[in-house]
Design a protein around this ligand. Structure first.
Ligand code: PLP
Length: 388
């Protein structure tokens, strides 16, 4: 059987591979604490589920317009206008099954062979995978622990060339929990405007930010004209399995993204989009409660990790990931992650799954109960004693 060359260029997400390994061990009776997968451990709030069930019972079971149900597009336009301080029309919104297709479609629609694409490293592995898929040239910009996992502005600007076509931003960030300040965003905006570069701003964790306010690059000058906002419901509303997300962009690009959608998914599921409207415009108290729980867990995991000799962990500003430095351990991070899973029953990811600048770190998702996080920390401390 022939497999096309382009497919051979695709990478993957090791979170799903480690999850599968961990589930396999569980099926054999092992007790595993899951700190590998990036999904809230909470159930979707009841009001959101009820809205989708109502839509299902009302017969919203057929195809819907390719770019999404109009009421949801209007709700997204209102939410995006309000939270970024800009004026967004529903025609600028494309609803997709999960937010991931916005990554795929944006790169397909804006990057030609040989074009350079700058992306965060360590960062979400799918960015690099897709850049390679379209034969773009991946240009990683390092995120530095000493800068709380933001980039160095001078270093960032030095990586921009006349071939740079797209810059990918992700704040709050997976896997480090770092955020970009308004001044970092201004650096990117200046260079993007000067050199006519598009930006893909992955804002999927924007509500999961703890001590600072969220800033979007689209609030600066006319950046919305050249930016695609990637956002969605998976993380904020505990809706990963619903597969519901969206992109917000200029109208010309929205038409092209819609074309890619009609050539692939046709549309996002119809009735789930009514759950999306309720998520955006209904009661926000459950979201605040989840955020408060994540904040408490962040304290427990960061303090716990820093109490283990040989491990140090910067306090993440957002998302639900801790990214501890484990270079002082007498074992490689990959081997340590394997040991933790196979012997101690704690599933974590090696930082190197997020790119070369992630080497020397582990990623722990703290979307788990305080009790389980406590148990995991005890097991990690035991494992460190074994190897050091
Ligand atoms: C940085 C980032 N962007 C986008 C996504 C995709 O989200 P969705 O589940 O809505 O496709 C994820 C999911 O892990 C993510 O971590």
């Amino acid at each position: 059987m022939q497999i096309a060359e382009r497919v051979k260029r695709l990478g993957t997400e090791s979170a799903f591979a480690v999850l599968a390994k961990a589930k396999h061990l569980e099926s054999k009776g092992r007790d595993i604490i899951h700190l590998e997968i990036g999904q809230p451990d909470f159930d979707t709030p009841g009001n959101i589920k009820e809205a989708a069930i109502r839509a299902l019972n009302e017969g919203k079971t057929g195809y819907c317009p390719t770019s999404g149900v109009q009421e949801l597009k209007m709700a997204v336009a209102r939410e995006t206008s309000r939270t970024r301080g800009i004026d967004i029309q529903p025609e600028q919104v494309v609803i997709t099954p999960g937010a991931k297709p916005i990554m795929f479609f944006t790169i397909l629609a804006t990057v030609n062979e040989g074009d350079e694409v700058m992306y965060p490293n360590p960062g979400f592995p799918i960015y690099e995978s897709l850049i390679n898929f379209v034969k773009g040239k991946p240009v990683p910009y390092p995120l530095r622990e000493e800068r709380n996992f933001s980039f160095d502005a001078e270093e960032f600007v030095s990586l921009v060339t006349d071939k740079t076509r797209l810059i990918i931003l992700n704040s709050p960030q997976n896997p480090t929990g770092g955020i970009l300040s308004r001044s970092d965003l201004k650096t990117v905006a200046n260079v993007a405007m000067e050199k006519d570069i598009m930006v893909l701003s992955d804002e999927i964790y924007r509500r999961l930010i703890y001590d600072h306010s969220f800033h979007s690059i689209t609030s600066i000058g006319d950046m919305m004209e050249r930016t695609v906002i990637l956002d969605g419901f998976s993380k904020t509303y505990a809706m990963t399995g619903w597969r519901l997300g969206y992109g917000v962009m200029n109208k010309t690009l929205a038409e092209k993204i819609e074309l890619l959608q009609v050539n692939s998914n046709s549309c996002a599921p119809n009735f789930t989009q009514y759950g999306g409207i309720e998520a955006l415009e209904g009661d926000q108290a459950p979201i605040d409660q989840m955020l408060a729980a994540f904040k408490e867990r962040r304290e427990v995991i960061v303090n716990g990790l820093n109490a283990i000799e040989g491990i140090s962990c910067v306090k993440p500003e957002g998302a639900f990931y801790a990214f501890p430095n484990v270079t002082k351990l007498k074992i490689s991070p990959l081997d340590f992650a394997d040991l933790l899973l196979n012997k101690y029953g704690v599933a974590v990811l090696s930082g190197s799954s997020f790119g070369q600048y992630g080497t020397g770190y582990l990623r722990l998702s703290y979307a788990n109960s305080i009790e389980n996080i406590g148990k995991a920390l005890e097991r990690i401390a035991e494992a460190v004693q074994e190897v050091n």
